[in-house]
Structures are given as C-alpha cells and as structure tokens.
Design a protein around this ligand. Sequence first.
Ligand SMILES: NC(=O)c1ccc[n+]([C@@H]2O[C@H](COP(=O)([O-])OP(=O)(O)OC[C@H]3O[C@@H](n4cnc5c(N)ncnc54)[C@H](OP(=O)(O)O)[C@@H]3O)[C@@H](O)[C@H]2O)c1
Length: 197
Amino acid sequence: MERQGQFMKTQYYTAASLDGFIATEDDSLEWLFSLGDLGDSSYPAFISEVGALAMGSATYEWLMRNAEKVVAETGSPWPYTQPAWIFSSRKLPIIEGANIRFANGDVRHVHAEMRAAAGDRNIWVVGGGDLAGQFYDAGLLDELIVQVGSATLGKGKPLFPRRVLSPSLRLTSVHQMGTGMVELRYEIHKGNYNKAA
Ligand SMILES: NC(=O)c1ccc[n+]([C@@H]2O[C@H](COP(=O)([O-])OP(=O)(O)OC[C@H]3O[C@@H](n4cnc5c(N)ncnc54)[C@H](OP(=O)(O)O)[C@@H]3O)[C@@H](O)[C@H]2O)c1
C-alpha cells in the first residue's frame, strides 16, 4: 500500500537491552527508563505516522499495572489515540478511555482490519517479541526499529524469538542517542524471507 509514492509499513518499534530483552522475566521496564527520554527519541515523529497498533496481553497488562506512571507521563491511563488490537485468549478488563478491541489467533485477519483502520498511516506492532514474530511469520512485517540500551539483563522477555538472517534483515540506519542508547533500523525483505525458527 502506498501514500504519495511512500510505502505504508508494518513496524515493530521497541527498546531492548544490549543482550536482546525487552523486559525482565517478571515484566519490569525499570531498567529502561534511566537510559533515555522518549521525548528526545524518534518516538514523537514515529507515532505521528501510526494509524493502528497491536500488542500482546503482557504488554497490555503492564499498562494496566503501571497506570499511575502512564498517567504521570502522558496525562492518560491509555497513551494512544489510534485504534488498538489486544491479543489474548483471556477476557481482560478495558482500560478507561482506550479505543481497543481484543483479538485471538491468526494475526493475518487482524492485520487486514488494522490496515483498513490505519488508512494511509503505518501499523505499529508494540510487542512482545513473539507477537511481532507472528506478523513476521505471516510475511506482514516490513521494518524493525530497535532502541538498544546500554544495559544487559542476562535473561528476560526476548526481543524477537525468530531466526532472520541477512540479506532478509537489512540495516538502514544507526542513530546514537547519547551514551545510553542507539537506534537501529532494519528493513525486512520479503523476497528472501527465511522462515526457519
Ligand atoms: N522494551 C520495550 O520497549 C517494550 C515494548 C513492548 C513490550 N514491552 C514489555 O515486554 C513484555 C512483553 O511480554 P511478552 O513477551 O510476554 O509478550 P506480549 O505479546 O505482550 O504477551 C504475550 C501474550 O499475549 C497473548 N497472545 C500473543 N499472541 C496471541 C495470539 N495470536 N492470539 C491470542 N493471544 C495471543 C498470550 O497471552 P494470553 O492468551 O494468556 O492472554 C501471550 O502469552 C511486557 O512486559 C511488556 O510490558 C517492552
């Protein structure tokens, strides 16, 4: 899909530790907050181009558990204006004011709904890593944008539990964010898709 010659993307945009984890084993993100400020990152420009987003239940439950922090930072318990799809096999409560719907199973049907809702903007797969992997498996992921923190966790929730080898994954930009983070952008080339797990 294109807008004025520009390709509408499905993007996995996230932050990870240097050793490839997006959260600790018990879903803490405390290690991340001291590494950089979201306002100084590419996030404001990125989110302005997002028309729909998807996340797994652990990510959604993190937002529920940390509602006070989210309100303090964004002014609302639900920080997104775009329609959002929450993947879960369980019945979860709805965060007040959130424009969300729940999804279960094959990501391809949901992606088609998201594409229609996003219009001429991008789709953001917020996480976790396996959910982004499900979009990848279905041939639907175009870009991986990772802010790699100057910290290691040893273990935790994986960034992207798939095997994707170059040339499918092509580094398109590197941006240093002070001493605490570096942002790496990768295009995922569908022609060379490597589906080996
Ligand atoms: N560092 C960052 O920038 C960043 C970004 C995003 C998230 N995070 C954090 O990283 C952690 C991610 O946790 P996670 O790896 O466990 O991933 P997650 O994707 O947030 O949650 C995984 C759960 O989502 C549900 N799910 C996934 N795919 C599904 C499908 N196709 N159909 C139905 N349900 C599905 C399943 O749970 P149920 O069926 O039991 O509900 C699954 O166990 C969270 O703590 C989050 O806060 C960090």
